[in-house]
Write a protein that binds this ligand. Structure first.
Ligand code: PGA
Length: 234
């Protein structure tokens, strides 16, 4: 069983989400399916699909105009929250430290954080891929995590670019993450791969050791693209 998570980013509509949930309702799969949508579209999921948010404030409540708390996201029906997505690190200044605080808020409100880590093109070219991934994992996870979390490895240079690392590169990153989680007492934590996943490469990517599922951006927006990814693995 794998975890297939969609990330709609700043796309879609409530009508579109309802249509997607209808389309997914009859998909025959044992995989866990999650759709992470903009705040305004948050709602409860159904038996087939869980709903998630794409970010959350690191603060609990108060004078943070424009921010949305983990409690609000949970109240709206979300079960998962992406934290530390590459675009939030790039455009909103998220660091491992703020990501850790956000993940703690998500956990404190009974949801599962999907904590993203990954290297930029500059870091890759400087030979820092493994160091960035390892520090991302060690520094972005709150201490004394007692409930499930999910990690997503997303090579930042490959997101939305139609590029994917080689199978060996993905295997290397996921083995490092699995070993690091094990050293942290978090063995068995699912690790997703994300960046340019589509129907034609999903099965191959999910056959790589230590890849427990995928985080899908562009190809999660239309059911014709998303369903083949969900059904690409048993
Ligand atoms: P992409 O995005 O699948 O469009 O590359 C992945 C992500 O940003 O989670």
């Amino acid at each position: 069983m794998k975890i297939i998570a969609g990330n709609w980013k700043m796309n879609g509509s409530r009508t579109g989400l309802n249509a997607m949930l209808c389309d997914l309702e009859n998909v025959d799969t044992k995989n866990t399916v999650i759709l992470c949508v903009p705040y305004t579209m948050l709602r409860a999921g159904n038996a087939r699909v869980a709903i998630g948010a794409q970010d959350v404030s690191q603060h609990t409540h108060g004078a943070y105009t424009g921010s949305v708390s983990a409690q609000m996201v949970a109240d709206a029906g979300a079960k998962y929250v992406i934290v530390g997505h590459s675009e939030c690190r790039q455009y909103n200044g998220d660091t491992n430290s703020t990501v850790r605080q956000k993940a703690a808020q998500v956990l404190a409100n009974g949801m599962i954080p999907i904590i993203c880590v990954g290297e930029t093109m500059d870091e890759k070219q400087a030979g820092k891929t493994m160091a960035v991934i390892e520090s991302g994992v060690r520094e972005s996870i709150p201490s004394d995590v007692g409930t499930p979390i999910i990690i997503a490895y997303e090579p930042r240079w490959a997101i939305g670019a139609g590029l994917t690392p080689t199978a060996d590169e993905i295997a290397g990153a996921h083995t490092l993450i699995a070993n690091t989680l094990s050293e942290m007492g978090l063995a068995g934590t699912p690790v997703l791969y994300g960046a340019s996943v589509k129907g034609s490469n999903a099965a191959e990517i999910m056959s790589i050791p230590n890849v427990d599922g995928v985080l899908v951006g562009g190809a999660s927006l239309k059911s014709d693209d998303f369903i083949p990814i969900i059904t690409s693995v048993k």
